[in-house]
Design a protein around this ligand. Sequence first.
Ligand code: ADP
Length: 504
Amino acid sequence: MKDNNNKGATRVLVVDDEQDIREGSQRIIKRMGCDVSTASRGDTALEILEKEHFGIMLLDLKMPGIDGMEVLRQVKEKYPEILVIIITGFATVETAIEAMKQGAYDFIPKPFEPDHLRIVVGRARERMRLRWEAEAMAKDRERTLTYLHTEKSRIRTIVESLPYGVMVTDSQGRVGLMNPAFLHHFGLPEDAGLGDFIGKYVRDEGFCKLVQDISAGKYAESDSIPGYEMELPDGKFLMARGKPVTGEDGSCLGAAVNIADITGLKELDRVKSEFVAKVSHELRSPLSTIHEQLAMVIKDMVEDSSREDREDHYILSRAKEKTQGMISLIGDLLDLSRIEAGVAFQQAKSISIEDMLKNIADFMQARAKGKKQDLEFEPPSSPLPLFTADPVALESIFGNLVSNAVNYTPEGGSIRVKAECDGENIYVRVEDSGFGIAEKNLEKIFERFYREKNDNTRFITGTGLGLPIVKNLTEELGGSVAVKSQTGKGSCFTVRLPVQKPQE
Ligand code: ADP
């Protein structure tokens, strides 16, 4: 038999052979909001219990037929959850002890005052309530644990079947999870184990550094975490992207990293570049011819003052401008393909970066003056070491950055070109007080053809290829390019070039 549940009134069974006690108790307990039944004998009470559920039982010890103590024994055996309150006119310590031994919950001597009965029954009800609560809490806990268990195995199944590699580390950078795709991408055995630093499983230093940095919380506050591309010895290209895993208090608990195989995309990119290079090459000569011919016609028109065709002159000038734009786009595209083909460094020389920056600043001065900008090269505090590279490549890097600074800084702004060396790297900084770049676009500006479109940049012409050229060339020289920017305040591009070029 089940106990009363906590929905509805408590059910109480009063068992006493004295009618006054039975009826009196029934009245008092009913007024307490309970549902009360009565029995005048022990055997009748046991029969009722077989059919109905009760939470509390008031039981007289001295009754004809089966005595109260025997009823108590049977009730405790069959329905241990019922709280039995013993009523007796022979309230001796011995009977009380005996009844308690048999499992009675409480004791009330006869005759009793209504208040006394109310207190005893109230206490039993309170006890029942606490028991229900404890049971409900235990059930809840069990449900949550079951849920967590199924949720955990569901998430595990999902992670294991993902086509992307997934790896999770703790805040020390120790690996806590690698899914099968991750093991496959890096050619690791299924029993590679867990718990070591990422360097034990993956050789690529740049990747390991990124994982360590994210795990240690370096990017905890950052919205833009750089992706990392790597080429494996078997020719496969992988792209890694990571995020810090943060606790409720915002502290960094580790890193979650996913890996995508981008070999197919790379190949597509190569084919696309080849195609673009071919088309550009084919277009360059006819476009240059058109440009030159337009220039000649315009010149003739200007010289032949008898002709009054101003409108034609305007149209042809616009066409000449447009062909010039197309020629520079083709120039950029061809530069990019040459860089991608790795032929930009065939003419390496020892170069003074300082001299080169000074020349570029001088060359750009005219454009800057035209916009009333203050463009200045600040020489380094100590001389820079000579740098070995193709001068055309270096000019392209710095020229693009200074030209962008002039383009994306309004009239009257200032541009500073600086260079420093810390023994290991040469740092060239191009700072401007221009329009700046929205944080969410900082990574995109290095993508081919990406141009920020807003009210400030709408009328500035460009190809969206300058920064990809800068990035590719810098990386080919073993360095990197970084940008810091605030919209409305300005940007700072930093090119890092290692003093010792990598062996290859
Ligand atoms: P382009 O200048 O031909 O558009 P880039 O690849 O050089 O192409 O630059 C890409 C985009 O990055 C630009 O269109 C511009 O939105 C943004 N950008 C580059 N340099 C700066 C700068 N110094 N200040 C503000 N925005 C810049």
